[in-house]
Design a protein around this ligand. Structure first.
Ligand code: HEM
Length: 182
């Protein structure tokens, strides 16, 4: 039975739970985001927006906890691969963390700029992040759409490809240790 903390070679339960929960939420949010924006305006569409916003705030909570946990219990190092693959793995990981912050903040800014509330499933409402403004709303929307439709999916595909290459070609513990099966 592994502990809660990471060590030099393994991920603890806290990091693994955070990783897989974030993965499910982000992939679901990208799908939901693309689906809901394509719907004609209706009360159902805007209910989906509320669900999207609440789940997106959940992702923000998870990435904040992840960054705090990273300080308390650092990740084990990336396992050896070709030099360019290690550089790519580090860059993709950094950009994934960045996207995990950019998406919720741009979504929150877009909602506040449009004068819409951001409620976490009716439990609490976030304060407005920015004043109401069409210009701020347009920038936030462009960022949200670019990262959500292009950058984030590309990073996720590279990240998955790297994990599969380690698993099937290098036959090391990269994937197994994130599954807790190392
Ligand atoms: C990791 C978190 C998130 C991901 C991956 C994500 C992803 C997406 C994607 C892919 C779209 C479709 C963009 C388009 O094609 O125009 C979208 C739309 C949208 N998202 Fe997010 N989102 C996240 C968090 C949030 C948060 C926290 C909020 C608000 C608090 C939010 C508010 C919105 C809104 C209002 C739209 C519709 C924009 C429009 O009507 O054009 N999102 N999201």
């Amino acid at each position: 039975m592994k502990g809660l903390y990471n060590n030099d070679s393994a991920y603890g339960l806290v990091t693994r739970a955070n990783h897989w929960l974030s993965a499910i939420l982000v992939i679901g949010l990208i799908g939901l985001g693309i689906y809901m924006t394509g719907l004609p305006d209706s009360p159902d569409k805007f209910e989906l927006y509320d669900v999207h916003k609440a789940l997106g705030i959940g992702v923000l909570g998870l990435i904040i906890l992840r960054l705090i946990w990273l300080k308390l219990s650092p990740n084990p190092p990336i396992l050896p691969a070709k030099r360019w693959e290690e550089v790519l793995a580090h860059s993709v990981r950094g950009l994934l963390y960045l996207s995990l912050l950019i998406m919720p903040f741009s979504g929150w800014a877009m909602s506040s700029a449009g004068g819409h509330e951001v409620s976490f499933f009716g439990l609490f409402t976030l304060p407005a992040l920015v004043p109401e403004s069409e210009a701020i709303g347009d920038v936030a929307k462009t960022v949200h759409a670019f990262v959500g439709n292009i950058l984030f999916p590309a990073l996720i595909l590279l990240h998955i490809a790297g994990a599969l290459k380690h698993h099937f070609i290098y036959k090391d513990n990269t994937l197994k240790r994130m599954l807790g099966r190392d």
